[in-house]
Design a protein around this ligand. Sequence first.
Ligand code: C2G
Length: 131
Amino acid sequence: MKKVITYGTFDLLHTGHINILRRAKGLGDYLIVAVSTDEFNTLKHKEAYHSFEERKQILEAIKYVDEVIGENDWDQKVKDVQKYGIDTFVMGNDWEGEFDFLKEHCEVVYLPRTSGISTTKIKDELKQKND
Ligand code: C2G
């Protein structure tokens, strides 16, 4: 069984998230998503609208996703790859090159981001509408 993992905040779920989850799942048989905890989001200078528990529950409802774990820090990826027996690590190509250190542990794939959509764009446009 080929196991794939990807990481992210996945706040205000949108088609950019769905596209990468569908394509990540297409690279194997089992997809694990490591979703950033609220504490880790603070380290990423991100504040999610939905809490960790809500974002985890939403991801677990997606047919491409087989398991959801927490992402607590920048340093857990090697441990995760070993612990879960991961064959392929996937991220959007806004992260191109950032995780190449994982190449000695698994395949590393950066996929093109979906243009025209982002959580920040959604928040900004909603704010403008309500101002
Ligand atoms: N993404 C995408 N297209 C978009 C928006 C996001 O392909 N229009 C991808 C990102 O490249 C990422 C995933 O969706 O692979 C999740 O995006 P975010 O929730 O913004 O994740 P991020 O904050 O980049 O966290 O340790 C890694 C970090 O946790 C990644």
